[in-house]
Design a protein around this ligand. Sequence first.
Ligand SMILES: Nc1ncnc2c1ncn2[C@@H]1O[C@H](COP(=O)(O)OP(=O)(O)O)[C@@H](O)[C@H]1O
Ligand SMILES: [Mg+2]
Length: 277
Amino acid sequence: MEDLQLNGPHPALSRSITAEDPRYSELVDALFERNQKLLEENRLLAEMDEHRISLIACVSHELRTPLSYVMGYGSILQEGVMGELNPKQQNCLRKMMEGSEQLLRIISDLLVFSKMDAGKFALQLAPTNLAPLLDEVVRQMAPTFESNELTLELRLTVPLPEIQADADRLRQVLYNLLENASKFTPKGGRVTLSCRLAERGIRLEVVDNGIGIAPEHLDRIFERFYQIPGGDARQKKGSGLGLAITRDIIEGHGGAIKVVSSPEQGTAFKIFLPLPQ
Ligand SMILES: Nc1ncnc2c1ncn2[C@@H]1O[C@H](COP(=O)(O)OP(=O)(O)O)[C@@H](O)[C@H]1O
Ligand SMILES: [Mg+2]
């Protein structure tokens, strides 16, 4: 007679029994019941996940409208339309606007994340010229770097061929990486964004000389919501979603991203984007 070898945490299930054993049907029933329970738990988890994702989508969408008021009126004040601001007021307002921009990026991370999870995320690929896109990103990020007393350098090896890309999503990747570099590099540090044509594609790199990442965290930083625990230098706000989204976007382009880092020395994120076939 065929033996049933049932392994598992339940002590009664860890022995070898035969079909003639009077406890056979009891054990089969127990297994069946356990299986049903697991299936039910899985269904509940999937349902919760769906609720969580639609809640994230809804909340982040709703947050954008009030935030656009804050930023809109903030820039009216900045332009001096309501009267000249003294330097201290300008400084306060600059910090408020930077905070709002950061919030906007977090919201947009959350929106993309909820769309990706709901399977609604599709890249809009079109011929894209990287040089002006990189220029624009660097110009946008310049105030953040200035206020953190960091140097941001753009190194372009031209000419660069056009690639098939979703320009908005690529901008988001670069904002994420540059924002991370600015958050995790102490004052006086240096960040370089470089782009060159390699053998089979484009190589993009964001290199900083900041606090770096210990080897045990290197694999985990691309996980959703993962943020390295730590002291003051790590007490920076974020969603922990940036790198997860970044990797999804790059891989969606048929590319790859990797990180090289050592604590106290700095970090390099290296991206490969393929050229059109
Ligand atoms: N350039 C970097 N230098 C040091 N640590 C970094 C760097 N970039 C990312 N990290 C670490 O990886 C974590 C995950 O990054 P990310 O997914 O962008 O989330 P967030 O920026 O919202 O915290 C960060 O919280 C940080 O601990
Ligand atoms: Mg980030």
